[in-house]
Design a protein around this ligand. Structure first.
Ligand code: AMP
Length: 172
């Protein structure tokens, strides 16, 4: 299946100069959704990625993470923006284009040695995925790799990430 044909390009969103790759049109398509998740899981298996938990990054990692976790027979753990998780959290701070931001995960969700796969819908600069990797490493987890439906190659986001397997389905 041609996944790209179901991804919609929106120029100048959310600000001038950004070409937004809109995956809602792919997710809306019954066959597109099924194929995408099945292919994503298949690629993870081929890359020998069998995590205890899929860690999804807010917010679009919450859309692709749970069905992938289900297919891999793993659990799902959300990494969220500050102040959203109700129990005690671990926090990581990271640099944005302008200013800084934080990501959080529940302290009791992850333990030392837990095997995790970090997923998001798309990798652009890699800053968010890198911060999530720092967060799970801080806890002492065994980070197995990363998964993204889309990679924006010219932004070289993968250079930011630790040297681990990265599964992607579509490259621009
Ligand atoms: P980054 O930290 O730069 O890799 O950005 C990753 C996050 O921003 C992902 O969760 C994406 O959903 C979103 N994102 C960044 N750039 C784009 C884009 N051109 N089209 C769609 N989503 C984007």
């Amino acid at each position: 299946m041609d996944i790209k044909s179901l991804i919609r390009d929106i120029p100048d969103f959310p600000k001038p100069g950004i070409l937004f790759r809109d995956l809602t049109t792919l997710l809306r398509d019954p066959e597109g959704l099924r194929y995408t998740i099945d292919a994503f899981a298949q690629k993870c298996v081929e890359a020998n990625l069998s995590p205890d938990y899929v860690v999804g990054i807010e917010s679009r990692g919450f859309i692709v993470g749970p069905p992938l976790a289900y297919q891999l027979r793993a659990g799902f753990i959300p990494v969220r923006k500050p102040g959203k998780l109700p129990a005690a959290v671990h926090t990581v701070e990271y640099q944005l284009e302008y200013g800084r931001d934080k990501l959080e995960v529940h302290q009791d969700a992850l333990q030392e040695g837990t095997r995790v796969l970090i997923v998001d819908d798309l990798i652009a600069t890699g800053g968010t995925a890198k911060a999530s990797a720092d967060l799970v490493h801080k806890v002492g987890c065994n980070l197995l790799g990363f998964g993204f439906i889309v990679e924006l190659q010219e932004l070289e986001g993968r250079q930011q990430l630790p040297d681990l397997p990265i599964v992607t389905l579509v490259e621009y």
